[in-house]
Design a protein around this ligand. Structure first.
Ligand code: MG
Length: 427
């Protein structure tokens, strides 16, 4: 074990499903799908490993998941329940080092350099973390250990479920070489297709390809792709303790999404989750931003800073949606790879009633938030969300969800944001 391999990537295995199996042990071994909304516009958050064998994936429409695996048990996401476990998880990590960089509710990067005298070598720390997660939360985690976040991320994925994979310093490129290109976080389906067309199937194939050939295909991202194929990645683990400067939610679609209604529904649910987070912490935001990605790598960000701060889902949604409509029009309404909404310039809430705003509306939002905290996200719905024929399962609601793989952007790109990678990934 080299002394520079001190970066851990810790990732809970099939987090939402694992939490459901804790309270529904009779479902162990069955294909289980946890989705935000069970109607046709719902989106899969997490599929059990059994369901994944049928091709069910995170970010997939529930209707498609039902076609692929009709025998699966479909459960509605209970974010309040998962959120408690997520807090416990991050608290366990902070017992080992203050250098913890959360990458969503169920994963984080740690740099444990300098803690050997307390907890032993990084591999021993990793084993202890796995044991504590198992004992205190009741589910399994997978951990990768290496010299940087990129290699540790790939290593933890490689070990799933319940894995511990150590990549010693100096062996990064060799570890990557035989692995399929899709395991590299910046390679999505489309990029993989293009690379496949060039006869490039493993990460080692990328490393062997002249940089000029990759640049010709992918522009400057081609050079990054090649550097990373050697396991080289510089961004350090950045602790994000303290107040968040921004909160964002985004989702990467497995198939590029052409449907405007679905995209708007995703924005709506992202706005609801962000509002929930703001209200809970007594904060409001000045700036609302939108991110859109078109395949394979072209990403744009837009933002707007209205006159007044907001913590209301309706306002965050309407600003985000306005940014979306404009940006989407400007891009010929092409299918979208990633969509996300965020808020920035977060301040303490000192909201005064605005012209035309009633106190009732304000109280209503607070009431909604407290009901959601007590009973979970499915408790309170807008009437117009209750159209689904599946309403006895919960309304036709698309939940917030974040990138299964961080495509084009590598770990830590949104280091200071709560909720980057908020959703589940498909390990
Ligand atoms: Mg996970």
């Amino acid at each position: 074990m080299s002394d520079r391999a001190t970066v851990l990537h810790v990732d809970l295995d099939a987090f939402y499903v694992s939490m459901e199996l804790l309270r529904h042990p009779e479902l162990r071994g069955a294909p289980v799908v946890v989705a935000g909304g069970l109607g046709n516009r719902g989106v899969v958050n997490t599929a059990s490993y059994e369901a994944r064998k049928f091709g069910v994936r995170s970010a997939m429409a529930v209707s498609q998941a039902r076609r692929l695996c009709p025998q699966a048990v479909f459960l509605a996401s209970d974010y309040a329940y998962y959120s408690k476990a997520s807090k416990q998880f991050h608290a366990i990590l902070r017992d080992f080092t203050p250098l913890v960089e959360p990458a969503g509710s169920d994963e984080a990067y740690l740099d444990v350099r300098g803690t050997e005298h307390l907890f032993g070598a990084p591999e021993a720390v990793a084993a202890t973390i796995k044991q504590r997660v198992r004992e205190e939360i009741g589910i399994s985690a997978s951990i990768g250990v290496s010299v940087n976040k990129l290699v540790s991320k790939v290593a933890s994925d490689a070990g799933k479920p319940d894995g511990l994979v150590v990549v010693a310093e100096g062996t990064e490129a060799a570890f990557f070489a035989p692995r399929p290109i899709r395991e590299l976080p910046m390679v999505g389906r489309k990029t993989a297709e293009i690379l496949g067309g060039l006869g490039i199937h493993t990460i080692g194939d990328i490393a062997r390809t002249p940089e000029s050939a990759l640049v010709a295909k992918f522009g400057r991202h081609g050079a990054d792709l090649r550097t990373r194929a050697f396991g080289i990645y510089d961004a350090p683990v950045v602790s994000s303790r303290g107040d968040a400067k921004s909160i964002s939610r985004d989702i990467t679609f497995d198939e590029d999404e052409p449907d405007g209604d679905r995209l708007r529904a995703v924005l709506r649910s992202q706005a609801e989750r962000i509002s929930h987070e703001l209200v809970k912490s007594g904060k409001a935001a000045r700036t609302v931003s939108l991110r859109l990605r078109f395949p394979p790598f072209e990403t744009l960000s837009r933002s707007v800073t209205p006159q007044v701060t907001t913590d209301l889902a309706d306002e965050i949604y309407s600003h985000g949606c306005a940014l979306f409509e404009k940006a989407w029009d400007e891009n010929e309404r092409r299918p979208v790879r990633l969509i996300g909404i965020g808020v920035h310039n977060i301040v303490e809430r000192a909201r005064q009633l605005r012209l035309g705003e009633t106190l009732e509306a304000d109280r209503l939002q607070d009431t909604v938030e407290s009901l959601r905290d007590r009973f979970g996200d499915l408790t309170v719905r807008r009437a117009n969300e209750l159209r689904s024929p599946y309403r006895h399962h919960g309304p036709d609601y698309i939940p917030p969800f974040t990138a299964p793989k961080f495509d084009a952007e590598l770990p830590g790109s949104a280091a200071a944001e709560i909720g980057h990678g908020d959703g589940e990934d498909w390990e």
